[in-house]
Write a protein that binds this ligand. Sequence first.
Ligand code: NAI
Length: 479
Amino acid sequence: KMTLKKICCIGAGYVGGPSCAVIASKCPAIQVTVVDLSEERIKQWNSDHLPLYEPGLDDVVKSCRGRNLTFSTDIDTAIQEADLIFICVNTPTKNFGIGKGRAADLKYIEAAARRIADVSKSSKIVVEKSTVPVKAAQSISNILQANVKPGVKYQVLSNPEFLAEGTAVNDVLDPDRVLIGGEKNSLGKEAIEALCWIYEHWIPREKIIVMNTWSSELSKLAANAFLAQRISSINAISAICEATGADVSEVANAIGTDSRIGSKFLKASVGFGGSCFQKDVLNLVYLCECLNLPEAAAYWQQVVDINDYQRQRFANRVVESLFNTVTDKNITILGFAFKKDTGDTRESAAIYLSKYLMDEEARLRIYDPKVEKSQILRELTHPCISEDPSRVSKLVTIHQDPYEAAEGSHALIVCTEWDEFKTLDYHKIYQKMLKPAFIFDGRIILDHEALIEIGFHVETIGKRLSRKPVHRSIAPSTQ
Ligand code: NAI
């Protein structure tokens, strides 16, 4: 069996950082070097303030940084010394040219492949961990082979990452499965075995699924498309609930108990966010279009369309409830991260909601426990969100304390399901707000009856709430 002494990871982001930190902690005999073009990011990985927040990540990094885990900007040396190289660079949606708004931009992947080809003096196993369209491994392989140095051999594997932000460390420590795609010939098998050997340090062999490269690449896109599809499906149901008086949480519970459907990922909300779901569904849509499969493309496109619709629908309800105008009204936004337990704001529903409300000239008071002020302002002043960035400084204030953020507000909107929002003192918040005081629960996490009892006007996703306080004696008891 081939053993690996040194591995390198190109891309010190949300995937490269946590996944390689866990590899280093579980494989003390392997030297792991994580490299990035961004000096700032590498500096943060080497500091006490890591560039991203993930539960448990600080401990894992501290336990092996300086031992067998190194963060560096010296990309060439790390490539030269490594037996195996993970490519974990970003693959964002293209915002220009062919496939604009749908296709994945593979320029970072290609740059990484060219760098490997340029500097390698010995054979390498190159592992594509970034999410890519089907056949990207073939392109990497072509670039490597076209620039190969004498005596150097390359094997390219697909090893998509399934970690979710907010639970990244646990997901890598205890994954449902590990997927490896590679070639069926003897060199391919040898490379697959070498990568398996890394994972077998802590993952049982039966959880490692080996398949052909294209299936592996497609499986990642398919998995994210299915997950996003479940959210859009329940959100489409939530619209029916609001129009009829059915309760989406009850419906989700009813269908989720069917073992063929399963209960996870059936929570209606203001819409999914994050850097992956929309990007990967669009990536799949574009793939279908390129393969001349317009019906399949249209099917998956609907998953993204329903998500846009859900965010817009929720924003419309906020405006409608506030007597059809939010101009100059103070609106408190609780949560800016795209989900709880992460500081990541990429494609967060809060961004779009803020945009719609800023378009109506509402004044936003934003609080998030983990997102830095500069990050929120960067998102809101992005040209896709604000045509005139100076309006952001006029309309938006960022707060360090939720009670302060609620001061003098007409309405409060829960955009992220942070646990701490469930236990805020809503009596205190009610007192600080203008009346009538509105709460819009975009994540269905609050105790609506208790809030109504305090005096709030409460609106949530997928359920009509009564306007008047419910009297315990006549309400069917749910406690
Ligand atoms: P990220 O943007 O956080 O990190 C990518 C890093 O790669 C950046 O720090 C960038 O500076 C660096 N980079 C880009 N080109 C480089 C080059 N040529 N040489 C050296 N460094 C370079 O991205 P993230 O979130 O880690 O995602 C990476 C890939 O993993 C994407 O394809 C994504 O779809 C996929 N993925 C992401 C997940 C997530 O939850 N964020 C989960 C599973 C897969």
